[in-house]
Design a protein. Structure first.
Length: 298
């Protein structure tokens, strides 16, 4: 082989290396779920979290160990009891769920008959969240009923939540209502559009009442994700990911451009957590989690 061929091969090799770096920096579809993503590789601009329920087949201790290895600092949608199990790993819980209760997604604040029980529950839970040094607790609007309009449901939510917000403000805890889709996953859920949630925030007029903007859910209901975030970020306390369609991996198997979305979120000045809330399809669920974190780590 002559010198010219050798030089050509070296040049091609160098170009290949540069192209490879470019592909990695794109953070997107060319990543494989087996890529070795460790905490020291993360860039630090995003606070990473993961939703517990997506990994039901993984013991909480194992998920906590994996979270630390990957570079996450939170496992969320835990009760205070379960949060205490992960404290030894140095993890926080970016979004707390109220402990076992008959209230939830379908049965929430939009029904006046729920208010007495929910007020009692959430005053207690807010106190527990504050004692644990945590910041956010999740709430839900509840479902639409045939005799309950969106307008009346909004007023009911505001009426009930006002009775816990002063205590939440005193304890420096955020009460956060999640935006969910009513088209695919949660039929009749009332807080299914950003505008409805924002109007509720405006009625309550509290810095401690915000929205959980679930990117998966709002892509299904509204689309126009980046502009919506840009225009309404002051009402948003937390974000969740998920691939559309199917709520599976957030790679090139779905339609959302997560690096662009995360970039838009950071440009609003957001300093909170981004919670991975996709349901892994692959056998190696933790490898899928590593991939999702890498995609969002811009």
């Amino acid at each position: 082989m002559n010198r010219k061929s050798t030089s050509r091969r070296k040049a091609l090799g160098a170009l290949t290396s540069v192209a490879g770096l470019s592909l990695v920096s794109s953070l997107y579809s060319r990543l494989s779920a087996s890529d070795n993503v460790l905490a020291e590789n993360l860039k630090g601009a995003v606070n990473h979290s993961v939703c517990r329920w997506c990994y039901k087949g993984v013991e909480l201790d194992d998920l906590a160990k994996a979270a630390v290895e990957i570079g996450l600092s939170s496992i969320e949608l835990l009760s205070i009891k379960d949060f205490k199990k992960i404290q030894k790993y140095g993890l926080t819980c970016a979004m707390v769920s109220a402990s076992g209760s008959k209230y939830g997604i379908s049965n929430g604040w939009n029904k006046k008959e729920n208010h007495e029980g929910m007020i009692e529950l959430y005053l207690h839970e807010i106190d527990e969240v504050a004692k644990a040094g945590l910041k956010n607790i999740i709430v839900f609007s509840g479902n639409r009923e045939t005799n309950l309009s969106d307008e009346e449901g909004l007023e009911n939510c505001a009426e009930g939540l006002r009775k816990v917000m002063l205590y939440a403000e005193k304890k420096k805890v955020n009460v956060v209502m999640e935006l969910l889709n009513s088209k695919v996953n949660h039929p009749n859920y009332m807080c299914d559009h950003t505008n409805w949630g924002v109007e509720l925030c405006q009625k309550l007029d509290s810095d401690n009442f915000k929205l959980l903007y679930d990117i998966y859910h709002m892509q299904i209901m509204e689309g126009d994700v980046i502009r919506t975030i840009q225009e309404n970020h002051k009402y948003i306390a937390h974000y969740h990911t998920g691939g559309v369609p199917g709520r599976n991996e957030i790679d090139d198997t779905q339609e959302l451009n997560y690096p662009a979305i995360i970039k838009a979120i950071l440009e609003t000045g957001y300093k909170g957590f981004v919670g991975q809330e996709f349901i892994p399809k692959r056998e190696n669920k933790l490898a899928s989690l590593k991939q999702g974190v890498t995609i969002c780590d811009i």
